[in-house]
Ligand binder design. Sequence first.
Ligand SMILES: CSC[C@@H](O)[C@@H](O)C(=O)COP(=O)(O)O
Length: 367
Amino acid sequence: MENFKEIGLEKLEQTFSLPDVVSLCEEEDSLVILDQTQLPAREVFLKIDNEEELIDAIVRLKVRGAPAIGVAAAAGLYVCFARTLANITSAQLMQTEFQALANRIRASRPTAVNLSWALDRMTVLFKQWIAGKDKISSTDFQEIKTLLRVEAVRIKEEDIEMCKQIAQHGVGLIASGSRILTHCNAGHLAVSRYGTALAPIYLAQACGLNPKVYADETRPLLQGARLTAYELMRFGVDTTLVCDNMAASLMSQGMIDMIMVGCDRIAANGDVANKIGTCGLAVLAHYYKIPFYVLGPTSTFDPHTPTGKDIVIEQRSASEVTDLHYIHRMAPEHVGVYNPAFDVTPAALVTAYVTEKGVFRQIQDFQ
Ligand SMILES: CSC[C@@H](O)[C@@H](O)C(=O)COP(=O)(O)O
């Protein structure tokens, strides 16, 4: 079995052709992201080299998905900070600028913990470096730039590694021809490569298990229809798009073997914040006795948030609900709108958590 997975992973790595979601441009100090608001119609890359562009890209979901937001935030912090250095004259000012910048990026989206996790890593490194410094020279500028850049690249590389390990652990849950329901997009486009919930599916496909995926369209912003369907089909996975309100019908007819979803924050008690609609799927899965798996790196686990009730849920603009993907007005003017981007699934409804460390029935097992 292990050998089978290794060969599958090799094949996956050789044949996976989707472009990088977030990368640091080698020649100049800029960040390049694949603009996900334009998918699947166009593959457009955006060069980001200032704070306004970075925050706008995160808020408008040009880059999205918990791990990808973290990777973009770390790389973006490096890029934006590097550009402020010319105006910095003292260690005190440098520290103030760095902290203020990190805080503004941190505030761009509140729910996915990977954003603060990645910024915290950059901040710890910066604080260690600046401790005890008073005056700042141009050599110092170069030194801190190199340190931050290396850390941002490392965060991305580790993310890729974690996704591969999630694929290897998660593929053991998939049998030949398994029918899997997924929600939102927890694939390649949400991370640095391969995905969390979709990574074992790609590996299963590379191993010849021919999984069949039902992708929820995921209202209001249609990440399932626009992104999940697009990337799975690019890899040749048998993909069927369904509206969110069709899940119960599929499950009641015995058409789903398991549900695999990603996560934006796992509280200390195992409650899971993920895209709005996830909790409803978990309740249905419980009723129909279908396994409900949550897949994500351990960086999505937040020991400082005791339960799901303590997770801050991002509220988004009414136009996302009243208009179909920002384009077509569907609802009457002035209608009241409730638009939380995420919901919380109680730990009791999770069959297992799949992380880079393995498959765990209880959250306590990987703490
Ligand atoms: C591996 S991504 C996990 C989650 O971030 C994903 O399921 C999700 O909810 C994404 O929401 P989004 O609002 O598109 O950033």
